[in-house]
Design a protein around this ligand. Sequence first.
Ligand code: MN3
Length: 261
Amino acid sequence: MLRCTEPVYNEVAILRRRPMTNRREFLSRFGLAAAATAVLPSWSFAAAADSPVATHTIGVLPPLPYAPDALEPFIDAQTMTLHHDKHHQAYVTNLVKAVGSDPKLSAMSVEELVSNLDTVPADVRTAVRNQGGGHANHSLFWPSLKKNNGAVPKAELASAMDKAFSNYAGFQAQFTKAATGVFGSGWAWLVLDPTGSLKVMSLPNQDSPLSQGLKPLFGIDVWEHAYYLKYQNRRPEYIQAFYNVINWDFVTERYLDLRKA
Ligand code: MN3
């Protein structure tokens, strides 16, 4: 395993504040050519911070992109504040602990990490899977939410949904079933599979579709912390409300960008 020297550590610290376009250069410079070429998803580098396919830095909690009450009455402000400031922050903090000073892991985005769990040292792999998954999943969750006033998918995304699920109602039926059926904590996801088709799936805990070579478009967090203050044990009501806060503009842009990649 690579040992961390002081200069490398400083470079990693600086790198975390630099644009991701410099990572490949960094990896090459420190002789990590294999990491530079092998582990990085092709869509990781060109994206600006506000892009729908932006990747996220290991030690950084991305800001909530709207006020905590922006999704009222469907998701309440107190839930949003606790969920973002406490729960997501905890995944960020614990991922930093798990990655430690390993320069190879530290140089990756969180999306790269969870896309390449098999390259993570075995002694921290479970922690990276859980905490990295939590960081990656929530980093996608916040920007994919916006009150949509009853809007439904349009254009290319609508066509892809028609192909995969017959129509929007068919998508909703599958997504609702997947989200309702998560036993305990987890997420339901809309993903792009390697053939470019849309699929609905659920995964337990903080497992990311990225770890299975799938590209998540958005997910619904059905951990109790995501809904319990407002909905208590009524998860189906939260799932129904969720359809009012899917940011279809964001999801459509993400779909188009991921299709291109
Ligand atoms: Mn959560």
